[in-house]
Design a protein. Structure first.
Length: 286
């Protein structure tokens, strides 16, 4: 029988502040597949109690996402779990999500992703052209099984442990931003199939709030964006440069976004250098 290992990564939140954990408690028993929960506390200033309901891992430093995900994947491999579920702290799980997983998990499929929305607006997943990037020519993905290039959130995605192991796991090149774009791109390049679920989940995407976004955080996001475009190739770098010009102009016009304009302008040049170690992924890029 299939088994699922779930990891919930927390930062700056107690359990009772996490929409994901509260909804997990409410609905996870609907999951008819054997499952286990890991809670990775990425903030040592917050004390999370031990419990028989989960296994607690306390980090002494902020390990972002790559290390917790890699830890969970290694645990899943060693303990013969078939699937790995990734949870963030602010997505509200639903009854439909677990019921659909009961009926739909298939070892021939590399990943299962819900449709994430803010209100009625779909923010994940999207289909896009792998040579051009996820900018002008992307479109919202509807429920299906596909081998096309998909951009999806890691939040509430369920991955085949076998597929993740085959592509080398979670690369250290992306420790937080674009870690999900990169893992789905690698699955696509390795000809794995993705299943888009019917289920819609409400997701809180704090990065969309320019009022609270820090300049240092924005720099890291845009640098990861550039790095990912470089991996996709010259066409994607050019398209991103054009997209950044439009973003820069909008930021100049909109007062609350104006403080980000200088950073955006400095990243428009597609010749910016990034040190990429692709040695672990050499089979993908041949």
């Amino acid at each position: 029988m299939n088994k699922i290992l779930t990891i919930l990564v927390l930062y700056g939140n107690n359990l009772n502040e996490s929409k994901t954990f509260l909804s997990w408690q409410k609905f996870h028993n609907l999951l008819q597949i054997p499952h286990r929960l890991l809670i990775y506390n990425n903030d040592n200033s917050i004390n999370i109690p031990q419990s028989v309901d989960y296994e607690l891992i306390n980090s002494t430093t902020n390990d972002k996402l790559q290390k917790p995900y890699s830890f969970a994947l290694q645990t899943a491999i060693e303990e013969n779990f078939d699937f790995l579920m990734l949870l963030d702290q602010d997505t509200e799980l639903t009854e439909d999500y677990f019921l659909e997983l009961n009926d739909g998990l298939d070892k021939e499929i590399a990943a299962f992703v819900p449709i994430c929305v803010i209100g009625e607006k779909q923010i994940s997943p999207f289909f896009y052209n792998a040579k051009l990037g996820n900018y002008f020519f992307s479109k919202p993905a509807k429920s299906c099984i596909t081998a096309n290039c998909v951009s999806a959130f890691n939040a509430c995605a369920v991955f085949s442990v076998f597929a993740l192991e085959k592509i080398g796991g979670f690369s250290e090149m992306f420790d937080l931003d674009f870690i999900d774009n990169y893992i789905f791109y690698r699955l696509h390049r390795s000809n794995y199939k993705i299943k888009i679920l019917n289920t819609k989940l409400q997701h809180n995407l704090s990065l969309l709030d320019y009022k609270t976004l820090k300049l240092s955080r924005y720099k890291k996001i845009i640098d990861a964006e550039r790095k990912f475009a470089k991996i996709l190739g010259k066409k994607a770098e050019f398209v991103l440069s054009f997209w950044l010009v439009l973003r820069f102009l909008k930021q100049i016009i909109v007062s609350e976004k104006r403080r980000f304009a200088k950073i955006t302008f400095s990243r428009i040049n597609s010749n910016a250098e990034y040190e990429l170690d692709l040695s672990s992924d050499c089979l993908i890029y041949q």
